[in-house]
Design a protein around this ligand. Structure first.
Ligand code: GDD
Ligand code: MN
Length: 837
């Protein structure tokens, strides 16, 4: 048989080395008599397969016809194939052959004869996935408990989002598990879920239904050689073995079984327990072996060990005193006395360890950590008691014997605490934000709050292409303020409203309603948090909570600009991360990674050579090579300003700038990015920070005397870099990739990543919009000469004019007399109105 070569996988770097017995078993198993999948139905050739639907079956003959006829239409838009992995003893294969054509998509069958049914349901799923031809694998049951329409929708959502695993959940949002037969089964299922989650508190923290049988995963994000599930819980195995996989959930309603009987049995229950204990113990071994790699971290570990030893020493005093009390004063049996003394000293130690040693590594709940701490010490107590007895028999005094057993287990106690209970778990961290998509029940439309007025006080007309109306002032768009825009013409509306639930929540969540194009982002603080809700219609309706309403920079940068970007794309323009000026009539564009010195270069070029300013951060471009101005206020640093010596700032502004620029620098940004990987209300923190210390933003003509140009034909693109001085020509393809990457970087801050994939404008989804954006950029670049200019002394503002002068004749050194046409100038006419003589 042929195996799909395992693709490089992500998120397994901190994994325990594979269980060698498992590996042997697998190898033996693979050599076994597995059939290659046989084609049951081959449809007329279409495009390449993107999705493989793996359906495990065991005696499901009665369910196959309905399954195929409902799955067929649902899968049609997804370029799918169906792989049935069958362990049946009934006529399932024959029925499948008879009805396969109903599915319209390719249907393949892997029938495992008795004796080759390794791993049961789990083994079947892994085998099916090995044969998957699609980039995505969807796993679902055959008994219609997973409604085929919901399953297909889940796959569609998965393929759209930037995630690795998508879990169909019955326990979040609008999901339900009513399809499980009987209250007993429902209760077992939800209890099993709770117990399992508490065994893997970090790896399953954001997942509400780790036992689900309905899920999808990206084929190359999963290392199938690493997953070796026994029994029913394939998803659990997958999630535990891939700690860094990015997970989203889709809430669906589980239906009752259509026909036939469930294969869940007491035996499956026992298999599940075996599976769970194997997973847990392998993980434990893995954790115990996670030795810090860096010398500095090993030193820290040593310091913790000494501290732990000191706490333990104090605990031993407590323990000995207690044992003396129980044994001598109360005259209890010495073993009972030792057991009771251990409970006291454990409480003592726990309090100290929590408060003194691991203050910064406390994960999960206090009760959870306490439970683990006590469990460990009591397990060790079981080991200690026989040794204690033996020592007593050997004539050692009871207090001394007790102390000896305590000391002997010190290292174990420390390692389990340090690497398991209080591990910093820095490797392979899951996204802290929960992503949930609701399939079925629509959200009740939020009635406009009567507390607040609805009027959009501030109107903006962005280059005649997109209009925005807002209840809060958006300083970034000040240049585009347009009182003439009618309320009914607004493309994007920003209103202040109460968004999200009242109470606090344990983590931030992005919730989507698939049918309604509604998405809602909520953070920990309930209504006080940085919440927002977007309804993607026309107009696009953005509601921001009161905290965000006070931080217009955050609203603009993190929400409005992201949407504006894609509305622009749908209308044939792109917001490109770059600066643009017009020098002597030549459109010059600059691009750089953050904090290279782009802004300073722009300012110096304008100061030394005049010219028109169009943009510093984002430029509005169109396919014909024309750039239109997008003059947001410039974010500057003190060092940028020194480069141009802005005379116009007051001493107070200067002083503030030192502080502001430190906070809003690359360092500040990357600190925030790091923070955003933890479970903190990052947008709220951002909003409050920006409220307290606003970013240093100044309009360009406060910094250098200049004029703003409406549009220009861009002829030169310079990508500026720090490094050994050089000038290099850049090919179209490479420029394209760099500019796209650079623009993506500009949108790297959360929650963009969670919100973007849900964006649809008109009938174009996120992927199509991205594709369109790429085309616009490709066309634009075909009109532009691109070069890299590297400098090690911020010399770009000298190099670029030198190049232009050499190639195009003299550049004026003073401001040319520019006559700008009457403003506003947007009539849909995009012809350059620069100063070309
Ligand atoms: N190939 C194969 N081999 N398929 C099997 C086997 C097996 O040994 N055992 C069961 N199946 C198939 C069934 O034919 C069905 O399509 C699917 O796996 C689920 O089996 P059910 O018997 O219907 O299981 P369930 O409804 O009790 O459990 C479902 O829900 C659980 C959550 O409550 C499954 O999806 C579980 O994976 C899930 O954990
Ligand atoms: Mn079932």
């Amino acid at each position: 048989m042929t195996y799909v070569a395992p693709a490089p996988s992500i998120g397994t770097e901190d994994e325990e080395p594979g269980d060698p017995r498992g590996a042997v078993r697998r190898r033996h198993d693979e050599a076994g008599p597995h059939p290659t999948p046989s084609d049951v139905h081959v449809p007329a050739p279409g495009g390449p397969i993107r999705l493989s639907v793996v359906v495990p079956t065991r005696n499901e003959a009665e369910n196959i016809p309905l399954l195929l006829s409902r799955l067929g239409p649902a899968l049609r838009p997804l370029d799918a194939e169906i792989i049935v992995v069958d362990d049946s003893d009934d006529e399932t294969p024959a029925v499948l052959a008879r009805h396969a054509a109903d599915a319209r998509v390719a249907v393949r069958l892997l029938h495992r004869p008795p004796g080759a049914r390794h791993g049961g349901l789990g083994g079947a799923v892994v085998l099916g996935a090995r044969h998957a031809r699609g980039e995505w694998v969807l796993v679902m049951d055959a008994d219609l408990q997973h409604p085929p329409e919901s399953a297909a929708m889940l796959a569609g959502i998965a393929m759209r989002h930037d995630v690795d695993v998508v879990v169909g959940t019955r326990y979040a949002g609008e999901g339900s598990n009513e399809g499980l037969d009987g209250a007993a089964r429902e209760a077992t299922s939800s209890w099993a879920t709770r117990v399992t989650k508490s065994l893997f508190p970090r790896r399953l923290s954001t997942i509400s239904d780790p036992m689900s049988g309905l899920f999808a995963f990206r084929r190359d994000a999963v290392d199938l050689d690493r997953v070796n599930p026994i029994g029913f819980k394939v998803l659990l195995e997958l999630l535990v073995r891939h700690p860094a996989a990015r997970v989203a959930e889709v809430a669906y309603e589980m239906a009752p079984r259509h026909a036939g009987r469930s294969k869940a049995s007491l035996r499956e229950g026992l298999t599940f327990l075996r599976h769970l204990s194997r997973l847990r113990s392998q993980r434990l071994v893995g954790q115990m072996r996670e030795r810090p790699a860096a010398a500095r971290d090993r030193l820290r570990e040593l310091v913790r060990m000494i501290a732990f030893g000191l706490v333990g020493l104090s605990g031993m005093v407590v323990n000995t005193a207690a044992l003396w009390f129980f044994y001598e004063a109360v005259s209890l049996h010495h073993l009972l006395g030792a057991a009771l003394a251990t409970q006291l000293s454990t409480s003592w130690n726990f309090a100290l360890v929590e408060a003194l040693i691991y203050r910064r590594n406390r994960h999960g709940s206090l009760a959870g950590r306490a439970a683990r701490f006590f469990l460990l010490n009591n397990l060790l107590l079981l080991l200690r008691l026989p040794v204690l007895q033996a020592l007593v028999w050997a004539g050692v005094g009871i207090l001394t014997a007790n102390a000896l057993t305590l000391v002997a287990l010190f290292l174990v106690r420390f390692l389990v605490n340090d690497r398991v209970i209080y591990t910093s778990g820095s490797t392979g961290r899951r996204d802290p934000v929960r992503m949930l998509v609701n399939l079925d029940t629509p959200e009740a439309a939020a009635a406009p709050s009567r507390k607040r007025y609805q009027y959009l006080k501030y109107r903006y007309d962005v280059a005649g292409v997109v209009t925005i109306g807002s209840q809060i002032m958006l300083p970034e768009l000040e240049f585009f303020r347009a009182g003439w825009v009618a309320d009914s013409d607004v493309d994007i509306a920003v209103r202040v409203s109460d968004v999200g639930g009242r109470g606090p929540r344990r983590r931030a969540a992005m919730t989507e309603y698939a049918h309604q194009s509604v998405l809602r982002y909520e953070e920990h603080l309930g209504r006080l948090g940085a919440n927002f809700r977007i309804q993607l219609g026309s107009p696009i309706d953005i509601q921001v909570g009161p905290l965000l309403a006070r931080s217009p920079h955050v609203v603009y940068t993190n929400i409005v600009e992201a949407l504006l970007r894609f509305v622009l794309v749908s209308r044939g323009h792109m917001l490109l991360h770059s600066a643009c000026i017009s020098l002597n009539g030549v459109g010059v564009m600059l691009s750089a990674l953050t904090d290279t010195g782009k802004t300073a270069t722009v300012l110096r070029l304008l100061r030394d050579h005049g010219g028109l300013f169009l943009s510093d951060d984002m430029t509005l471009i169109s396919p014909d090579g024309v750039a239109m101005c997008f003059p947001k206020p410039l974010t500057i640093s003190a060092h940028t300003l020194r480069a141009v010596q802005a005379q116009d700032l007051t001493p107070a502004e200067w002083r503030r700038l030192q502080f502001q620029s430190r906070l809003h620098s690359k360092g500040g940004r990357s600190l925030a990015l790091t923070l955003s990987k933890f479970n903190v209300p990052i947008m709220g923190i951002n909003a409050i920070t920006q409220r307290l210390v606003p970013p240093p933003k100044y309009s360009v003509d406060r910094l250098v005397p200049c004029r703003i140009g409406t549009s220009t034909r861009v002829e030169e693109l310079f990508i500026i870099e720090r490094g050994t001085p050089r000038i290099g020509e850049l090919g179209q393809a490479e420029t394209l990739e760099r500019m796209i990457q650079n623009t993506d970087d500009a949108y790297g801050f959360p929650p963009f990543r969670y919100l973007a994939p849900a964006i649809t404008i008109g009938d174009q989804g996120y992927a199509q919009l991205r594709e369109r954006e790429r085309e616009i950029l490709t066309d634009f670049l075909s009109h532009v000469r691109s070069r890299v200019v590297a400098s090690d002394r911020f010399g770009w503002a000298d190099e670029i004019p030198r190049l232009l002068r050499e190639e195009r004749g003299d550049l004026p050194v003073i401001q040319p007399q520019v006559v700008l046409p009457a403003w506003p100038q947007w009539n849909g006419a995009l012809a350059p109105t620069g100063v070309r003589a």
